[in-house]
Write a protein that binds this ligand. Structure first.
Ligand code: ATP
Ligand code: LTN
Length: 332
């Protein structure tokens, strides 16, 4: 890691098993820049507890997300991979940033509104504060680029506003982060209801494809995927279901949208849906197999996240010290 390199930061919540949406929208892009950038990828367990989690499951899923980072091509020699709760600077900076975030702006976050209605019995302060912790994650490392799906854009804009406000009150402290959102795949839709985002916390198992799903489950879910009454295989705004499948097929095979439309011209869903299923089976097969292998080697995974936390803590401390000094805390 050299000082001259620009920094990339992103995180994924261990709130469930990873989906094809997480992969195509975010994780797929994580390894591609690891040679040119100082890349930092975190498993954000502190974000995950904003909705109720089973402790044993959370521990297991946290390790699984780390294994999947590696299986998707992240190299711990090149990138810093760690678990958020292992680096206390995230919680420390988020407290300070709370005091530079307006109640009104936090109230406008659509993810908060969505999750509050989904978990009406547990609208806790952490859920409200979620985007401020995310701003701390990003700003601690002087991040310039944040690869995420489009649903996270509003949170990155909030992080920019907080950074700008803090820099304005004191002096330049934080770099301005930019979102890095893929042109295709930024919002993969649910297979059961293509007007909604594919989400790992959906109650309907047929709504999502998991990276660890068995080939037969992947095939079954695609065959059942909700499409529209008109059976033409074309990309169109009023054909959410089929457009979503075309996007997935195009990303899984590397074919352009035009090529996909030409390939299935005059053909129906009976041919198209199994073809999408097969392409996704082949896309995910090496990731699933690599993850299974890695999960057998807990010592190795432990060495990766320990080493990662040490590197991250060192980088984070520099920013946190600066922030504490600027706001007027006495040096200890
Ligand atoms: P949850 O259902 O628990 O809210 P999630 O499935 O939305 O979780 P996150 O951990 O919040 O997943 O997201 C991890 C990354 O994956 C983020 O960058 C997010 O933008 C991206 N992402 C999540 N769902 C999709 C999707 N359907 N399409 C594209 N990108 C997605
Ligand atoms: N909120 C993100 C996860 C996340 C994140 C981050 C992403 C937490 N901290 C920092 C990018 C940068 C989500 O995907 N729901």
């Amino acid at each position: 890691m050299s000082e001259a390199k620009k920094t990339i930061f992103s995180g994924v919540q261990p709130s469930g098993k990873l989906t094809l949406g997480n992969y195509l929208g975010a994780i797929r892009n994580f390894p591609i820049l690891q040679d040119e950038y100082n890349c930092i990828y975190c498993v954000v367990d502190m974000h995950a507890i904003t909705v109720r989690q089973d402790p044993a499951q959370l521990r297991k899923q946290t390790i699984e997300v780390l294994a999947q980072y590696l299986a998707c091509g992240l190299d711990p020699e090149k990138s810093t991979l760690f678990i958020q709760s292992h680096v206390p600077a995230h919680a420390e900076l988020s407290w300070v940033l709370n005091c530079y975030t307006m109640f009104g702006e936090a109230s406008r976050m659509t993810q908060f509104k969505d999750k509050s209605s989904k978990h009406a019995d547990n609208v806790n302060v952490g859920l409200f504060d979620y985007p401020v912790l995310m701003a701390a994650d990003i700003l601690l490392y002087q991040t310039e680029l944040v690869p995420v799906g489009v649903d996270q854009l509003q949170h990155i804009e909030l992080a920019r506003n907080i950074a700008q406000r803090f820099n304005g009150v004191y002096s330049d402290t934080f770099k301005m982060p930019e979102p890095y959102i893929p042109k295709a795949g930024a919002k993969i839709m649910s297979l059961a209801d293509p007007t909604r985002k594919m989400s790992k916390s959906d109650e309907n198992q047929n709504a999502f494809i998991l990276l660890m799903d068995k080939p037969e489950d992947i095939m079954r879910k695609f065959k059942r995927a909700v499409t529209d009454s008109d059976s033409r295989i074309i990309m169109s705004e009023d054909k959410a279901g089929v457009s979503n499948l075309i996007t997935i097929y195009s990303l899984a095979t590397g074919k352009t949208i035009d090529e996909v439309e030409a390939e299935f011209e005059g053909k129906g869903y009976g041919e198209f849906k199994p073809a999408v299923g097969e392409a996704v089976v082949e896309l995910l097969r090496p990731i699933r197999e690599k993850t299974e292998d890695l999960l057998k080697n807990k010592d190795y995974l432990e060495s990766v996240y320990r080493e990662g936390a040490n590197k991250a803590a060192y980088m984070a401390r520099k920013t946190l010290d600066k922030v504490y000094r600027k706001v007027g805390f006495v040096k200890r």
